[in-house]
Design a protein around this ligand. Structure first.
Ligand SMILES: O=C(O)C(=O)C[C@@H](O)[C@H](O)[C@H](O)COP(=O)(O)O
Length: 361
């Protein structure tokens, strides 16, 4: 029986503009970001409702039809049940495919609302307005959107780039201290995988957490630019984008093990980073000074270097579900040196178990 093939070669040149400024939210060209006549739904964390209301006022003045939904979504509610409540509201509001969704909040909100935008009506245009350090340096950039399941962190998701990521560092001026701490885990990760100039900036001075200043504005800009560069090279994480997952193999497992929300993502990333650095010394002969430098940064910014007690074998079972895992086993992102990440497969289980000891209490 003869057969023939018809190929579909979709050329999606997805573009995502990352806009960074300080006290610039009010001056952004909103109407150029939203196609004429498109309705808008703003989904905002209730803690940053004033930011969302200022956007709604600005859009209203330009005759853009806007709904504002304020929500509270802790990490433990970043799941399909919460997604479904938003699907329900969108159905009740008779949302159409030309609607633009604007997500205003931290990483949990941009992950979940971004996933809703990726899936409702098979995909809506969306804009991310990150209001936490974690979201501004990492979560809101690059289009990874997802929710957690009982089997693991971010196990249900998609790649759906926001058309705009609007970063106004002024919104961090009222950010609670633990949210600052939750974000620095990703800043340290970025400095370790990138090396200079970001790692030099951290080594020259480390301001206290909680006060927005020029140093933080520069570090946020550099970290966001690093992520934008990596995502531009490998949007679907087929190779180099895995570098951004440094420390996350253990981090995500810890978040699941202790119950989502017990450890902040940044705290878990800090702990996962220490395990990855120990493995890097063993497997890639990474110079020890890199680990010592990371520990200095973590201590300065009060990131925990020890986890609550955990069963290493059970944690390994959760790690097996990591999205970087393949049929042949786990893939690790390790460092040969600062700024020199590598994807490494077939790290022996006993070596991993030994490295997990570095974060046991
Ligand atoms: O954007 C990426 O790629 C990252 O790995 C960045 C991570 O810091 C971020 O936490 C991401 O959401 C985790 O991705 P996942 O694929 O491990 O869920």
């Amino acid at each position: 029986m003869a057969w023939h093939e018809i190929s579909i070669e979709a050329q999606s040149r997805a573009i995502s503009h990352v806009v960074i400024g300080h006290q610039t939210l009010g001056g952004w060209p909103w109407t150029s970001w939203i196609p004429k006549g498109s309705p808008v739904i703003i989904v905002a964390d209730e803690r940053v409702q004033p930011v969302a209301q200022s956007i709604q006022t600005r859009l209203g003045a330009e005759d853009v039809k806007t709904l504002l939904w304020t929500v509270t979504i802790p990490e433990q509610d970043k799941n399909l049940q919460t997604v479904n409540t938003l699907y329900q509201r969108m159905g009740e509001s008779q949302v159409t495919r030309d609607t633009v969704v604007i997500a205003v909040g931290g990483g949990v909100l941009t992950d979940l609302v971004g996933y809703v935008a990726a899936t409702y009506l098979r995909g809506l245009r969306w804009i991310a307005i990150p209001t936490t350090l974690l979201a501004q340096v990492d979560a809101a950039i690059g289009g990874k959107v997802a929710v957690n399941t009982a089997f693991g962190k971010n196990l249900v998701g998609a790649f759906h780039l926001p058309s705009i990521v609007g970063i106004d560092t002024a919104v961090l001026e009222t950010l609670p201290l633990r949210e600052w701490q939750a974000g620095v885990g990703e800043v340290l990760k970025s400095a370790l995988i990138a090396g200079p100039p970001l790692s030099d900036a951290l080594s020259s001075e480390l301001p206290p957490l909680g006060t927005m200043n020029d140093w933080w504005a520069a570090v946020i800009g550099e970290t966001a630019a690093l992520k934008a560069r990596i995502v531009s090279e490998d949007l679907y994480e087929r190779n180099t984008r895995m570098f951004l997952n440094f420390g996350h193999t253990v981090a995500h497992a810890l978040e699941n093990y202790f119950g989502y929300g017990t450890l902040t993502h940044g705290e878990a990333v800090g702990l996962g980073t220490l395990v990855a650095l120990d493995l890097s010394e063993k497997v890639l002969n990474m110079p020890r000074w890199v680990e010592e430098q990371a520990r200095t940064w973590m201590a300065r910014w009060t990131l925990p270097s020890r986890a609550p007690a955990f069963d290493s074998q059970k944690l390994m079972g959760i790690m097996a579900q990591d999205k970087k895992a393949r049929a042949f086993g786990l893939q690790w992102v390790l460092l040969a040196d600062i700024g020199k990440p590598q994807v490494v497969t077939s790290v022996p289980t006993d070596v991993v178990l030994d490295s997990l000891q570095v974060i046991q209490p």
